[in-house]
Design a protein around this ligand. Sequence first.
Ligand code: PGA
Length: 256
Amino acid sequence: MEKERKLIVAGNWKMNKTVAEALDLVKGLKLELNNLKDIDVVVCPPFTALSEVSKEVIDGDIRLGCQNMSEHSGGAYTGEISAIMLKEFLVRYVILGHSERRQYQEESDELINTKTKAALAASLKPIVCVGETLEQREADETEAIIGKQVRGCLAGLENSQMEEVILAYEPVWAIGTGKTATAEQAQAVHAFIRSVLVELFDEATAKRVRIQYGGSVKPNNARELLGQPDIDGALVGGAALEVRSFSDIVKNCLDD
Ligand code: PGA
C-alpha cells in the first residue's frame, strides 16, 4: 500500500490477558509478524504484563506501548504509574484519552493535554484519542466535538513535539460494537482533523502527523480503511486479542 506516512497499527489489549496469556499472544505475533519495515506495529498490554512482554519484544520488530499513564512524574499518587516507570520496560508509546477513560474516569481534554506533555517530556510517543458519540454524530456535531477535543488535547505543543504525537480517531459508536465507520465517513473526519492541525501548527507538520482509525477494525475492513489518503493506521481493540486476527490486519495492510 503506497502511503505518504508510515503506517502504524497498534493493539489495545484493554483489561485483558494474564501474564501467561499475554506471553502466548506476543509469542504468536512474533512468529507471524517479522520484517516489518514499512509499518510500525505496537502492542499495548495491561501494566501487569509489560515486564514479561517487554522481554519478548526487545529484539524484534514489534514495539511496546501502554494504555495510560499519570500526568505526574512521581510522588504521593496512589495507584498511578509514571512515564519513567514505563520507560524501564522499554515502553515507547502510550495511549492517552481513550474514550473508555473519558467515560469511566472522566478524563478531560485538559488532563489529556497535561498527560501528552508529560509523555513527550519523557520521550514517549502519545497516541491521543478523539471521537464523537452516536448522539453527537446524529446531531451533526461531529466536527465541533472533534475540533474541540483536538484543540484541547494538543494545546501549547510546539510543531516539533506534534510530530511525535499520533492521533487516533475512534468514533465512540464504533468501539466494540462491530459497527465500523465507512471508509468515506472515517476519511472525512481524518481530513478534517488534518485541517485543524494546519490551523494549530502548519501545513508541513500537519502532513507528517499520523492519524489512526479505531473502532471495530477487523482483517476484512482494515485494508479499505487504511487505503484512505488521511488514514495512517489502526488502533485495534477486540481483534488485537488473537494472534490470527491481529496479524491478518497487519498483513492485509502491507503490499501484496
Ligand atoms: P474495538 O476497540 O476494535 O474493539 O472496536 C477499539 C479501541 O477501543 O481502541
